[in-house]
Write a protein of this length. Structure first.
Length: 510
């Protein structure tokens, strides 16, 4: 293997190592959130559950914009300053990110409170005003949490950010939800528990960040604030991030406005299940961004292309076993909820199809902001948001929840294809090799064929078809999906697994 190829695989291995931590934490995160959503959907009923999701949606959108993109900028500049051992730059970037996140979060909270005073939210959706008032304190807390988590990502502290954001937060939400329902506090108690969980996660993230930054902060150099470069990159990224959230949540807002809170509760069940498919993409992208930022600084195009292709292929290998069972056995998956949510099955299949394309394109799409083209990323987000709003407005009145699902899936697919084309044209980077395209074709064939067979069968038979299709893909992937040098990615992880299993066996043998 050439020196360049060896270095590319080493870079990919770094992505894989960090992504493994994030993936494990995300598995816990998604599992706990799914159980919590399942519990709340049954305990609150479609109407109250819809109000909870609607209030949380508004807060999510506000909190994603509140840091003004500095939670993304600190990933780029934090990674650069940390790699260069530039203590002054790292201190200034960290402090600026936290100040902006807190201040902007407080301002947005005040503006939203003013809006609630001026406009009667209950006129269209009874109960929404009280839910929003209870949920509002989460905006500045969550905004500051995003800033701290972004700092940890820039420092490549995947373990710390995963524990705070992906474990403590969802577990806190689950515990407080159980307590609220058990104590008879209903929707009010669940929302207050959501706010308290964000505060607990913030305290944990601050503790981890201080432990990581303490040696740097004690160096006798003053912080260097480079507001211009940070904000020029961050603000467009902040708007892009908010638009991404809007693309994720536009359907939620429009279903609430055009179909009502009860239908929203049903729809959010499908969305919460579909978001499980994001796991591989979130894990890869979280670790991928700082590695890409470093490669752009080094201006090593060959290594960058090799890393993107390797990571994309492995993302397909990791994502397919997640998507195939849900798409094929969607009726079985929805059956774990109350019968009132049975109509969400078809929506789940459509949403998963859109998510699949989006997730597979995650590594190449991340090159746009990491190459410094934050304005292009903003334009992409604006176009995708406009498309999503237009499609939802067109389809929801005629097809209801199914129309929202189709609109969201199509928006994700077109958005992803456009960004892949842009990266090929602007950066000369083609993430999809013949091998990865072949694997994608196998996944599509198994998903479509498996669903056509399964939809005529009973629930448990659907599960059997899903398992069979997944095992068939695993066999194909093992035979044709692996390339020479991939041991650089899986070798270290497998070595750690064997080491831990050996320790466990030794303890059990005592």
């Amino acid at each position: 293997m050439s020196e360049g190829a060896s270095q590319a695989h080493a870079d990919a291995a770094e992505v894989a190592q960090g992504s493994g931590v994030v993936l494990g934490a995300n598995l816990i995160n998604r599992a706990v959130r799914l159980v919590n959503n399942w519990f709340l959907a049954g305990a609150l009923g479609p109407l109250a559950y819809g109000l909870y999701e609607l209030a949380r949606t508004v807060v999510t959108i506000l909190a994603s914009f509140a840091p003004l993109g500095t939670d993304k900028g600190v990933v780029l500049y934090g990674a650069r300053y940390d790699a260069a051992k530039d203590a002054a730059g790292l201190k200034g970037t960290a402090a600026a990110t936290l100040w902006v996140s807190l201040a902007a979060g407080l301002v947005l909270t005040a503006l939203c409170a003013l809006g609630l005073l001026l406009f009667d939210a209950d006129a269209h959706t009874p109960g929404l005003s009280r839910a929003m008032w209870l949920c509002l304190p989460a905006v500045p807390i969550w905004s500051l949490l995003l800033g701290v988590v972004g700092l940890l990502r820039g420092l490549k502290d995947m373990r710390g950010q995963s524990i705070a954001y992906l474990v403590v937060l969802p577990v806190g939400m689950m515990v407080t939800s159980l307590a609220a329902v058990a104590l008879g506090w209903g929707l009010d108690g669940v929302i207050l528990g959501f706010v308290a969980s964000n505060a607990l996660a913030l305290l944990m993230a601050l503790r981890v960040a201080w432990r990581r930054l303490r040696p740097t902060w004690r160096q006798p150099v003053p912080p260097r604030f480079e507001w211009g470069p940070l904000l020029r990159f961050s603000v467009p990224e902040g708007v892009s991030s908010t638009l991404f959230r809007l693309n994720q949540w536009t359907d939620t807002l429009m279903v609430a406005a055009m179909a009502g809170a009860a239908d929203l509760g049903l729809y959010r069940v499908a969305v919460s299940l579909a978001m499980v498919g994001e796991l591989p993409g979130v894990a890869i992208n979280t670790m991928f961004q700082p590695v890409v930022a470093a490669l752009f600084v080094e201006q090593d195009q060959a290594r960058l292309n090799a890393v993107v292709r390797t990571v994309t292929r492995w993302l397909i290998l990791l994502a397919a076993p997640v998507y195939l069972p849900v798409i094929i056995a969607q009726d079985l998956i929805i059956a774990v909820y109350d019968d009132a949510y049975a109509g969400a099955a078809s929506s789940l299949g459509l949403l998963m199809a859109g998510q699949a394309v989006f997730v597979v394109c995650t590594p190449v799409a991340a090159l746009i902001p990491m190459s410094g083209r934050s304005r292009l990323n903003l334009i992409n987000g604006l176009a995708a948001a406009a498309l999503n709003v237009g499609l939802n407005a067109l389809l929801i009145p005629h097809f209801g929840v199914m129309g929202a699902s189709a609109a969201t899936a199509l928006s994700l697919i077109l958005w992803s294809i456009a960004r892949v084309a842009q990266v090929k044209y602007l950066l000369g980077c083609q993430a999809f090799t013949a091998r990865s395209l072949g694997l994608g074709a196998v996944v599509v064939a198994l998903a479509v064929g498996g669903r056509m067979v399964a939809q005529e069968l009973g629930l448990w038979a659907q599960g059997g078809v899903a398992v069979g299709a997944t095992l068939l893909f695993v066999a194909v992937a093992a035979r044709f999906g692996v390339e020479a040098g991939d041991e650089a990615l899986v070798g270290p992880a497998w070595g750690r697994v064997k080491k831990k299993l050996g320790r466990l066996g030794g303890r059990l043998g005592r």
